[in-house]
Design a protein around this ligand. Sequence first.
Ligand SMILES: [Fe+2]
Length: 495
Amino acid sequence: MPPHPHCHWRDSQAWKQLGLEMSTTSDEACKMYDAILTQVVNHFDDGALGGMAKCLERMTEADPNFVLGLAMKHSFNLQLIHHNYTHAQEVYHMMELSQQPHVKPWERKHAEATKLLSEGKFNDACSLWEDILLDHPKDLLSLKMLHEIYIINGNSCGLRDSIARVAPYWTPDMPHYGDMLAMYGFGLEETNMYDVARQKAQQAGCLNILILILTVFIENDTFVHLSHVLRKLGIMHALEINPYNAWATHCLAHVNEMTGNHKDGLAFMAETEANWNYTSLKSHNYWHWALYYHEMGDFESAAGLLDNQILPTMKETKSWFALTDAASLCFRLEAEDYDIGNRWPQFAEIAKDNKYNHVMPYADFNVALASLRGGDWESAQGMLEGLKKVVKNNEGDIARAYNEVTIPVIEATMAYEKGDFDRAVDILKPLKYQMYRMGGSHAQRDIFNNLTIHAGLRSKRPENQNFASQLLHTRKQLKVNSPLADRLLLGLATA
Ligand SMILES: [Fe+2]
């Protein structure tokens, strides 16, 4: 495990100096709050601390009534929204605690936002986090929650502007300055501002030769102290000294993907692999790596990453996040007639376990896709029925997206599976400009582009083939360099 530049956890006085005064009198609770937040934004479990679970335990033991800590704990449990009675009871208890007079107003807002989130009211929760930032622009918890939810509901401008509005209040000597820059870079990338996105991400996580030398020749603790001194002196940007910023690396992976710099992307992922392959972004960054191979037509190399990294991570972690990476890659490869062999059955257990999640449309789609391609139509139908129940009960803001986009897209996928490509195109075509509501990034949502294109190419109707052709031309215009579009257009011309 590499050293993290920020590991001197802040006590209550340090948080107060930052303008984030907390109601707890326990320094241990404040420090563990810092430790948890640091691990979450850096996508890793710090083994030296016993990971996030141990830190949560220590925080709640130090102060069981720490409202802000409880709000953070429940907000990060996204998968428990909607359906979990125990979670709802805990949120209710947190709300009661938040009414005590000593609780600070910004902490109370966090509790209220967490309650709204637990009810699926994403938009209202985001409004509250945005409100907190008016008076507390250095509140990383609000920034992180907005970042998570704006990914879930596909709000690209929100991803960018939630950070842009507060970035001037942050200074390089703040411990999470680089994490803020990495999130900002991702928001800029998702709004097609690729040059400035690259700049922010490089500031946040560039691989600095000096630091490589330092990490080789000095002890970890010395490294941490020296990096702190360098930041204070303004000699280096905060996390220019942290090449392990997995979100910054991930942001650059996106920039290379969207700008068609696939060869640069391959080299960059190979150079930085050891900096992120122990984090929870492991399978996702390997997925980005495999996407370059797929776009370039090197299906064997993409399948190699699938077999050696992405699928094993999915099975080990049982994570729906890894499932989305693996399933969407399998589909892309198979759609171009690559023999996917016996890989789909490997999804069976995890797809079954996640068929009633219903938190993120993009994830639900991939679970349904994996079930269908694995031949488990019953699970896919179960997923569809579950989504219809969410719609019928009007469970939160996401219900509208499920009704108007997700359910039709899954039905189109079922039609595709049955070989009814005309019906698939008929469903997908009017949704062309609505796919952002499936959530995820542009690179993730490219699966819907792929689905529509391959349905069109397989259709017998000339207008559907023309539609696919024009989607490919669009792809070439946007990516500048798209070997995928070139080979599919060539195939169409020579058919
Ligand atoms: Fe990504």
